[in-house]
Design a protein. Structure first.
Lengths: 228, 228
């Protein structure tokens, strides 16, 4: 599904160059459940952004379903981001003027799903993340963990083939985090949805089939952790 | 140092009233190291904001050094927030147009600390949180955990008597989180700085002398965990 071929990412800062990702080669098959771990600043967000077609590598290639993302048109890239990939951002990126329901519904509106179907799908996801009583709250009328759950619901609403989650349980207590992870584990097991996570939380890591450890922008190790 | 007397906080949302905090009575002595835990949405941020004089209770009183915060003038409240309390926000609240150094330096500028002393103090804190190579980055040129560390350094820069930290290690790997917590533990032990944390992380909880468990806006239990 995803293939990274010697991917590099540099940031220019004044006269310095920051080598945030220094050559990552990695394959992710359909149905994989991958956890990316490593110290703060090691490059997890940068890597996930390139896999999710939100950012472009400085060098190397990111292949999605065999196609080099960099060589696709803007429209083709947008199509992939809208219909194939669900992205849960480290800082949520919710729309302040829309309430929870509208925030989660937005990808379906863009995908032109009919209204009745949208309502049903959004209501289901709102229940799944435990936010029924908060449907009409706006993001600034929610707790940190509630915002994180809205971001999670929004990423799942379009039934994507690939879900990319940047520290999706950082603001959640362990019970709520476990509930969210069980939903994802079930989607992975029953519908072969592919998951790529970054996390600092050992609890989250044990849901993974493979653990990729990143250090200073390069892969330090890949561990197979799938129980047979 | 801090006394909460039957504190209540209501939010109005359209015609509904959300009782975010439903009567909390609590005493915090100087040198205490308190951890507030509870499920996402139970009221931790709301409670911390009232203790830190960032928000006012709907009912009940928050006493700081024997004074009712609600009855102080705006200037007196601002003085307390600037010189007595360091606040680490759940979503950091960094200033986008200032770099790391300037963000951490800002409370010292407002407190009119002379330039040479400011530079020395900020440089010390930047080293303490491990961000020396990043001094000239702006917040959007940092990782999530790096931003969290800037927020931590800024909260400590004025040598406050009370540090309020809203999930201060949520975006940090365990090694970085432990380093930050050891700094706070030393400040608490050697300089009697009072700490009030909210956290979901059991690792953080074991640094606490007392653990307050919140549920649906009220205290469910208070546990003494200080090792003799
Ligand atoms: N401005 C607001 N208007 C209405 N309700 C609000 C507002 N701000 C917070 N709330 C509600 O108050 C409750 C407590 O929120 P709070 O942010 O204190 O929770 P929390 O314990 O910090 O949660 P988390 O662990 O997810 O950060 C939540 O249910 C939230 O939806
Ligand atoms: N726009 C930018 N300009 C310069 N450097 C940047 C920029 N964005 C990120 N960086 C740097 O790239 C490195 C990797 O950042 P990244 O956000 O990928 O880390 P991370 O592993 O997600 O960290 P965390 O666990 O703290 O979220 C960091 O050292 C960061 O300072
Ligand atoms: Mg990150
Ligand atoms: Mg909170």
């Amino acid at each position: 599904l995803i293939a990274l071929d010697n991917v590099q990412k540099d940031y220019a800062l004044g006269k310095t160059v920051i080598h945030a990702i220094r050559g990552v080669t990695l394959e992710v098959k359909e149905g994989d459940f991958l956890s990316i771990v490593g110290p703060s600043g090691c490059g997890k967000t940068t890597l996930l952004n390139m896999i999710g077609c939100i950012d472009q590598p400085t060098d190397g290639r990111v292949m999605f379903e065999g196609k080099d993302l960099k060589r696709l048109s803007d429209n083709a890239q947008a199509e992939i981001r809208l219909t194939k990939i669900g992205f849960i951002f480290q800082s949520f990126n919710l729309i302040p003027v829309l309430n929870i329901f509208e925030n989660i519904e937005l990808p379906l509106v863009v995908a032109r799903v009919p209204r009745a179907k949208r309502r049903e799908r959004v209501a289901y996801l709102v229940r799944t993340v435990g936010l029924e009583e908060f449907s009409d709250h706006k993001p600034d009328e929610l707790s940190g963990g509630q915002r994180q759950r809205v971001a999670i619901a929004r990423a799942l609403v379009n039934s994507p083939d690939l879900v990319i989650a940047d520290e999706p349980t950082a603001n959640l207590d362990s019970a709520t985090g476990d509930a969210v992870l069980s939903v994802m584990e079930r989607l992975n097991r029953e519908e072969k949805v592919t998951f790529i996570f970054s996390t600092h939380n050992p609890e989250v890591m044990r849901f993974a089939h493979r653990i990729v450890t990143l250090r200073d922008g390069a892969i330090a190790s890949i561990e197979n952790t799938e129980r047979a």
